[in-house]
Design a protein around this ligand. Sequence first.
Ligand code: IVH
Length: 669
Amino acid sequence: MSAEQQTKQLIETLTAELKQHNYNYYVLAQPVISDYDFDIKLKELAALEKEHPQFADPESPTQRVGGEITKEFKTVKHRWPMLSLGNTYNEQELLDFDQRIRKAIGDNFEYVCELKFDGLSMSMTYENGQLARAVTRGNGVEGDDVTTNVRTIHSVPKKLSHGSYPDMFEIRGEVFMHRKAFERLNNERIENGEMPYANPRNFASGTMKLQDSAEVARRPLDCFLYFLYTEKQVFKTHWDSLQAVKSWGFHVSEHNKLCKDIHEVLAFISYWEERRFDLSFDIDGIVIKVNSYAQQEELGFTAKVPRWAISYKYKAEQAETILESVVYNVGRTGAVTPVANLKPVLLAGTTVKRATLHNANEILRLDLHEGDSVYVEKGGEIIPKIISVNTAKRKADAKPVEYVTHCPVCGTQLERKEGEAAFYCPNDEGCPPQIVSKMQHFVGRKAMDIDGLGDETIETLYQRGFLKHISDIYDLHKHYDDLKQMERFGEKSIQNMLAGIEKSKQQPFEKVLFGLGIRYIGETVARKLVAHFKTVEKLQAATFEELTAVDEIGERIAHSLIEYFEGEKHREEIVKLQKQGLQFAAEEKEVVLQSDKLAGKTFIISGTFERSREELKEIIEQNGGKILSSISAKLNYLVAGDNMGPSKLEKATKLNIPIISDEELLGMI
Ligand code: IVH
């Protein structure tokens, strides 16, 4: 092959590879390489294209800001294009940036330094102080209208209450998820056999792509605002605009800093290099902006990025170490999670001994072999990840890591459901870690909240044969004398424990239902199910259609419930718990009538509203109205919010049922 042909091929390969990475990043929200590696490759391609323009693909990733538009949302054109920023990775590149600016506008200017939040950018338009529209960056020119999703973010004001803001303005910021929330929700996903997100950014962007804003609301997102656009210039500097938007009620980072020269900028960068891990959210660098708007205008833009701003990207901290073994943890639902044991290595100030591997796909993706030398990286997460393998160091006879076929604890053959990433141990009745963690979940604070019965006690009582099923907890009092004989079990602590167990019988049905640990039945779903079906008998008898007719109960949840109640052992356990005095029916809240303005009228509430549906329901009942469970000719009104299911709308329209807003409902009383 001639040298020219080789170059052509290299450009083609790089182009295809980068297109795939763009797709992974923007569409799937599951990137497989770091931003740093992406930028290196992009720069390599740009250099090759510059030298050999005849081989450049007109659709080359170097020619676009990136991003694909998802089909489901309305596409909206940005009034001001959403540009990206140039990246720098070292001091010299920053000094060059500073030189370019000084050449253009002289020495008399200031910089604003900001954290570079690692989330997804969002553009929000406010009209007369009200949030009118929120649009993702998309391809920079047009993006998705995700207003209903953004409305669920608490730190984004829906309505501005104070300050003298312009009638119309656009404000840009970064939507992100705090690390704590990410870890909590990701663990839930792993438990549920769902694909965990690689990092908080992917979780945030995956969340914004959801069509169901109620699910979005369940995933706590936050948003830092960092740029204001107005039709007429209101402020002279970026710094002043940041102070102003803060006073209008927007969330602006307290760490922004006004710097008088590039040396102060460099000091800011090194200050945050270490401290970034102490923040509650991820940042991947620092953004540096020229402060004066007049000077920004003077500097202008290149084809893709502003000349007055740039980002400095931190390199993710990596270390190389040896994979010693892969062990498998069995969770409450039987999901088996692989964990890598590593030769201890120092990384970002802590010694790392383990890394998560998530699931079997991850082992395949890494093509992990026994004894491999691996690169581990620490984002903000507590447990680091294996990023890649140093294959050059692999021994010729090293065997690939084979995912276990049988449960490492009870030996049962593992199963994988279609479309799911995790393998499961199906022996939920006999597999010790599943039994123990089910009981630990049951007594937990969010479920039965039993004081005096901690995780370790459960483990011990299980090993001694006192606990096998959840219902055994309520028989523990029968073993009082035996318990007293056990070491470390004082009389006082036994009494405490028994009192806690007795008290837990008063926990409402929704807590009991959540405590049973049925797959996909989290706290919110449990609450919804109890509010709808009221008793365990009705819930058990519900058909697939009846279950999925309940707002926010999808097919996956319905299947899981049906499968659970089909288990004879499960039904027996419920009967036993009922006999022991636990709550299996909704508490009938006494309705205090405030008026009879809605007497004889029936309602269904559907969609999302500013106030909760529970609240609306209460208002209807307090005024004599009745809530129905499904749309029929008997229904008088359908109260519709955002994102109501299309089938409900269709049915109500067919039956000529008036569809009213929550405001109209309030107007009726
Ligand atoms: S300013 C023209 N400020 O970084 C100005 N961007 O690489 C554009 N980002 O698309 C953005 N923190 O999603 C700005 N403090 C900050 C930022 C920030 C994070 C993101 C943003 C942007 C990307 C550019």
